[in-house]
Design a protein around this ligand. Structure first.
Ligand code: CP3
Length: 365
């Protein structure tokens, strides 16, 4: 147990009453009962919000990630508007890679684009290890946010080695990950060198966020679902494990998420997660059977359902809350990020509905 100078107990989950560590979100991550099922949304800060679009109208994406004042404001927007149970740091998975010396940009409507893709051993050497000073704007933003958020937990995040490698090898977004998989199968030694380096950068980046005060971290392996379980175990799991197991002593819950990962859920849990994120393809009770009883789950409303009439949204929220009861802890979320065309009022209604349906009155036991 760790105690800070004011005598309150921090971070290890035993928590002072009312602090972020005692919040419904952290309780669910730790498989402890709470007053209601917590809810937040991947990409809750983003183009679905007019107040976000207004800020970003004049500031490029990467610049907005490097200005602590803007990071703080954008991160707080969905918390104010929707009353979600957690904030997620506004940043991007390529921010630490850019800080490590790779020339890249985030192109509107496309995503990350890398000037000189990584294809050879000499290219791996271009990825430097990062220190706190390389990402001081993240350190500063997290500290500001923790002060502003009070009892609401802040989630830090990073991209996992496979998903980062995909952007670096392809040079941009890819549907098939063909160049990435060709390198993986064709030159395993180079592949492991690349992912080993990315794991070091990722671990350092998450450490900066944890040292600055985030209450949980999420490792996004968005594109891992492109692999079979056997290839995932051989080429990816050791590197994701290096990141997640490197945070064992940090005392914050670790969430691990990918898309299309029905076949990988067990292995992704083994990488060292406390919570496994599940996309909409696998019902949460089925997912729990695959992940096991010692981990919480997060998910898994299909983001496109939010574009349907409210009666459809409501029925899906009810179904997911029911199926989530099979897990030892459930954090309500989408199965992937909020789509830009989503009506933000629907998101606000979903938060209220999740809270209402899951609220556990004392007299209900
Ligand atoms: O609210 C949050 O979830 C925090 C912010 C966040 C962003 N990116 C901001 C962002 C997070 C957690 C990410 C992670 C991220 N970035 C992932 C993993 C999660 C996932 O979606 O699978 C990935 C794969 C990326 C790479 C990336 N960056 C993509 C695919 C895109 C979208 C391209 C587009 O324009 O549609 C980006 C850009 C990006 N990152 C935006 C935001 C809000 C859009 C930028 C804009 O406003 O134009």
């Amino acid at each position: 147990m760790t105690t800070d100078t004011t005598g309150t107990v921090a971070r290890d989950g035993e928590s002072r009453p009312g602090g972020p560590a005692d919040s419904p979100f952290i309780r669910a991550c730790r498989r402890r009962p709470g007053p209601h099922t917590p809810v937040w949304f991947m990409r809750q800060a983003g183009r679905s919000l007019p107040e976000y679009r207004e800020i970003r109208a004049t500031v490029p994406m990467l610049e907005s990630c490097r200005r602590p004042d803007l990071v703080t404001e954008i991160t707080l927007q969905p918390v104010r508007r929707h009353g979600v149970d957690a904030a997620i740091l506004f940043s991007d998975i390529v921010v630490p890679v850019a800080a490590a010396g790779i020339d890249l940009d985030i192109v509107p409507g496309t995503g990350p684009v890398v000037a000189e893709p990584i294809r050879a051993a000499a290219d791996v050497q271009r990825i430097r290890q990062i220190t706190r000073d390389d990402v001081s704007y993240v350190d500063e933003a997290v500290r500001q946010l923790v002060a502003e958020l009070g009892d609401t937990p802040l989630i830090g995040f990073a991209g996992a080695p496979f998903t980062l490698a995909s952007y670096l090898v392809e040079g941009g977004p890819s549907r098939t990950h063909a160049k990435t998989k060709a390198l993986m199968y064709g030159d395993p030694e180079l592949w492991h060198a690349l992912c080993g380096r990315l794991a070091e950068v990722t671990l350092a980046f998450l450490r900066v966020q944890i040292d600055a005060g985030v209450s949980a971290v999420q490792l996004f392996d968005s594109w891992a679902g492109a692999l079979s379980e056997a290839d995932y175990r051989r080429f990816v799991l050791p590197h994701s494990t290096a990141v997640l197991s490197g945070l064992v002593d940090a005392g914050v819950p670790r969430i691990h998420f990918g898309v299309g990962t029905a076949e990988l859920l067990g292995a992704m849990g083994e990488a060292g997660a406390d919570v496994v994120g599940v996309d909409w393809r696998t019902p949460l009770d089925v997912a729990t059977g695959r992940i096991g009883p010692d981990k919480a789950v997060q998910g898994n409303l299909d983001p496109t359902v939010l574009l349907a009439p409210w009666s459809v949204v409501e029925a899906e929220v009810r179904r997911i809350l029911e199926q989530g009861k099979a897990a030892p802890g459930h954090v309500f979320n989408l199965g992937h990020g909020v789509l830009p065309e989503t009506d933000p009022e629907v998101l606000t209604r979903v938060v209220a509905l999740v809270h209402e349906l899951s609220s556990r009155r004392a007299d209900q036991g």
